[in-house]
Design a binder for this molecule. Structure first.
Ligand code: HEM
Length: 149
């Protein structure tokens, strides 16, 4: 169960990154190119936020069953002094939760804006912030790029 969830969480990261990059590029080109808002733009934001939600769900379950996190809570002081453990127990989780919130706020504010330009602008700025947080918080070097079980 743990290995399956860790593998899924590792692979779904690519869906998140790809969906984020596509949504960000579409929003920026829409804003700067003064394109009218379309249902595609809305759908790309939806796909990005859903991918984030799936990853959040997998992450929360992992947090409760991961031997790494259980070890961290067994001796929290020691865990905070060990950067590799502190990263997963605190930093990864905190940054990713903020990223999920920012992505959702971006989609909601884009939907609520009155003009196409304002919609693209809000999506562009907030999705960019969300993807920067995600890219910073992914353990690119500590873990495999493609975990296959
Ligand atoms: C939403 C965007 C997120 C992305 C893109 C992401 C990505 C990743 C990646 C790539 C790994 C390394 C997987 C591996 O070892 O191959 C990882 C590990 C982990 N993630 Fe996330 N994560 C996200 C959110 C979260 C959240 C919100 C939580 C918890 C609430 C979480 C909890 C964990 C834990 C506990 C591990 C380490 C598990 C272990 O090694 O036992 N993640 N994450």
């Amino acid at each position: 169960m743990y290995t399956l969830l860790l593998t899924l969480h590792s692979l779904v990261r690519w869906l998140v990154v790809i969906a984020a990059v596509v949504a960000v590029i579409h929003a920026w080109t829409g804003w700067l190119g003064k394109r009218p808002w379309t249902s595609l733009a809305d759908r790309l934001g939806l796909i990005f936020t859903v991918a984030m939600d799936v990853q959040l769900l997998l992450g929360v379950i992992l947090y409760f069953i991961s031997p790494l996190i259980q070890g961290a809570f067994a001796d929290f002081g020691q865990a905070m002094a060990t950067s590799g453990v502190r990263f997963f127990a605190v930093e990864h989780v905190a940054l990713m939760i903020v990223a999920v919130i920012v992505a959702h706020v971006g989609r909601t504010l884009a939907k609520r804006a009155q003009t196409g330009e304002a919609k693209y602008k809000r999506a562009a700025l907030l999705f960019t912030l969300a993807v920067v947080l995600v890219l910073v918080a992914i353990p690119w070097q500590a873990r495999p790029l493609f975990r296959l079980g």
